[in-house]
Design a protein around this ligand. Structure first.
Ligand code: KG4
Ligand code: ZN
Length: 337
């Protein structure tokens, strides 16, 4: 029997410091430390993010190893997010992984954050879940990216379309900011929208060819809607808050699902998946499931904890890189873009 593949995965691309341990592709621990400091500033402050990663990385990695019941010297490899992300934040994870890999004399696995979001579908834990079979289409929706990806294999992916401006998560967060909600606004818009009417306010649908998308027009229209509303009536925001959230959310969901539908039909692919932080959105999840039913698709969405940034997806991507013997050099550097 060959030795188990034990991978430590470290994520530090934005504002979560996270680490996880996978043994032969099965998740043994998944630890995450968020960063509340950014709330005060209404968005992620890169310098503060780097400092918080420096504070959190040692305790988070130790906790991931401890709860997994794995000793450092049992690790087969150390995986880390190489990019894209904030340079200072990525540097903390990269330098830590490099030192640990060197100290333990095990290979380094340099993970692409967007690939990791997709490979989150393959994390195995205590729950029974069928991962998508290849090839499949993945809608990757996060705070920094919005992509339609053709996934041919774990390490063979092609971007078919992307946003031309803001990411879907940014559209949620910027809209929330106009409403006076704290960062990150996406989850709050989701929550408030539950009691709102998504048809109350009409926002413009962008006309972008192919599988690309745009969210800047929605952002501007939403901004104008809120500001003009408040100028006319000081009670507007308080009265309409759930309706504003529901209308913004519906417009973003419509943009995403129309492109996904187009991609599925154009390529004739019926296995559709979604991942990234915005895939935690409840309206997007239910409406994707309904669309899948109508189109005869098999739809896959990872559990909530693997949608937003986490160490498990980095370890999972690392596991595939290890199997493919795609190791990184010890002097490897972050790739912010
Ligand atoms: O993937 P992620 O954790 O980090 C990045 O790689 O960017 O995604 C974070 C984004 C943020 O914009 C956040 O507002 C959004 O995901 N998000 C949501 C929800 N949960 C997280 N957006 C809408 N509804 C949610 N429930
Ligand atoms: Zn992410």
């Amino acid at each position: 029997m060959s030795a188990p593949i034990i991978v430590l995965g470290i994520e530090s691309s934005c504002d979560e410091t996270a680490a996880a341990v996978l043994v032969d592709g099965v998740l043994r621990s998944n630890v995450i430390a968020g960063q509340d400091v950014h709330r005060l500033w209404g968005g992620v402050v890169p310098e503060l993010a780097s400092r918080a990663h420096q504070e959190h990385i040692v305790p988070v990695v130790n906790e991931a190893l401890r709860t997994a019941g794995v000793q450092k010297n049992e690790l087969s490899a150390v995986a880390f997010t190489q990019g894209p992300g904030l340079i200072g934040a990525l540097l903390v994870g990269t330098c830590f992984a490099r030192s640990l890999g060197q100290a333990l004399n095990v290979p380094l696995l340099a993970v692409d954050h967007m690939q990791a979001h997709i490979l989150a579908h393959f994390i195995r834990d205590n729950e029974e879940r069928e991962p998508p079979t290849f090839p499949f289409l993945n809608l990757t929706v996060s705070g920094g990216h919005t992509l339609v990806v053709l996934v041919r294999g774990p390490l063979d992916m092609e971007v078919l379309g992307s946003t031309l401006d803001d990411a879907a998560g940014e559209a949620f967060d910027k809209g929330a900011k106009v409403l006076g909600l704290p960062y990150p606004g996406g989850p709050l818009v989701d929550q408030l929208a539950r009691t709102g009417d998504p048809k109350r306010f009409k926002l413009p649908m962008p006309a972008i060819a192919g599988l690309n998308m745009s969210f800047s027009g929605v952002k501007t229209a939403f901004n104008d809607l809120v500001r003009n509303g408040i100028a006319r009536d000081p009670g507007f925001l308080e009265r309409e808050l759930p309706n504003l959230c529901a209308s913004l959310q519906q417009c973003i969901v419509d943009i995403l699902l129309r492109k996904l539908q187009k991609a599925g039909r154009t390529l004739g692919i019926q296995r559709i998946a979604m991942s990234g932080g915005v895939s935690a959105n409840s309206a997007l999840r239910t409406q994707l499931a309904a669309l899948a039913e109508r189109e005869g698709w098999q739809a896959h969405i990872p559990p909530f904890a693997y949608c937003t940034d986490n160490g498990a997806m980095v370890a999972m991507a690392g596991h595939f890189l290890f199997q493919a013997k795609q190791f990184a050099q010890l002097d490897t550097v972050p790739h912010p873009r």
